[in-house]
Design a protein around this ligand. Sequence first.
Ligand code: SF4
Length: 227
Amino acid sequence: MPVLDAIPLSLSSDDVGRALRIRPGGEESVQELLDFARPLLRPRALFRDAVIGRREEAAVEIGGRLFHSRVLVHNLAGTDLVFPFVLTVGGELEKAASAQGDLLRQYYLETIADMALNAAGEGLKKHIRGVFGLKKLGLMDPGSLEDWPLAEQAPLFSLLGDTESRLGVRLTDSLLMVPRKSISGILFPSEESFTSCRLCPRADCQGRRMDYEPGLRRSFGLEDEAP
Ligand code: SF4
């Protein structure tokens, strides 16, 4: 089971400045924030390939574990191979952020950590696409949709072995990841770039990777919620 270490991150000061809504020449310098944050980021991932077994209407067996999600079943209809993973940027930046007396600076650093996490996710996808000769990968993460609840972290982590010693990420009793700036999920070959964000109406999420599509949400039979 490979660990992908030191995933290259492309975090441009322009993108970060836009995300933080900091104007050039403003009081806070984007470059200074990035210079502070970069040495505290350690983007790395643990992943494996896993074969799909039994398929049911609302459950699918992956690597011998049963996962319960209609959306997952739908998304995996065209493939027999998937890539469960855990990815993190480590805990140093989140600790440094929470130690800041200035709440705005804390928010800036948290946002940079979220952007780094998304950039590392793209790095992991690029690596898997290259190794397995795939054009596109979709992503689903447990807990992001009511259709695939956080409880499914347990079988997902059991597919990946000792994530704490190999990656430095552990699952708490309440199924949250430590360090907090971590993502777990399943990558799968896909014609289109699916992420759960397309079905998630949450309006204030800093980690959003794709726009919300209410029509797509309805097509999966998920409860209609206002974004
Ligand atoms: S919008 Fe945020 S909460 Fe919703 S699926 Fe995407 S990352 Fe998760």
